[in-house]
Design a protein around this ligand. Structure first.
Ligand SMILES: [Zn+2]
Length: 171
């Protein structure tokens, strides 16, 4: 049996997580991780045999990196993979995640330059350039609520981007 006993899926945290929005869970998850020398955000929680960290959200155990990706960039079709540009399976750094079909994944292994970006997601909430603009506005000290209004997303999503921005290595 995989070890689910560590913090994310323990009964105490399940209770805590139940009433949180996806964005609030995202912030919580990013805070739990640690930055390594390559800028990866390493999530040590609930690593299954496949090497990916997992998180229990509303009764479903899902890969943590996919949860991070879809919460920031929008839902993906189940046929679309969430992938790491850093090849670290338990990394959840938003800037290290991208998506693509399984066929693309194979192409990726052949040609690293062909990595797709979040903006190609059909249901993307934000594209990569918008995330960059948001980071710049946060840096300039603009109020998160105003930024959220401009980009038509929730203030907690902006907080998540802010939280990630503090980690210098992220693109
Ligand atoms: Zn990484």
């Amino acid at each position: 049996m995989p070890d689910y006993s560590c913090s994310i899926t323990s009964p105490r945290h399940k209770r805590r997580l139940r009433n949180l929005t996806d964005e609030q869970i995202l912030i919580w998850l990013l805070r739990q991780s640690r930055r390594n020398e390559n800028g990866c955000l390493i999530c040590d929680k609930s690593i299954l045999r496949d090497g990916y960290a997992h998180i229990g959200v509303r009764g479903k155990l899902i890969p943590a990196h996919r949860f991070v990706y879809t919460t920031i960039y929008g839902k993906l079709d189940s046929s679309v993979d969430t992938r790491h540009t850093c090849d670290v399976r338990n990394c959840i750094a938003p800037g290290h995640l991208t998506h693509g079909s399984r066929k693309q994944n194979m192409q990726d292994a052949i040609d690293r330059k062909r990595i797709a970006t979040g903006q190609q997601s059909p249901n993307a909430k934000l594209n990569i350039s918008q995330v960059r603009q948001i980071r710049n506005q946060i840096k300039q000290g603009r109020r998160l609520k105003l930024i959220a209004n401009d980009f038509n997303v929730s203030p907690s999503l902006i907080s998540a981007i802010k939280l990630n921005y503090r980690w210098k290595h992220d693109r």
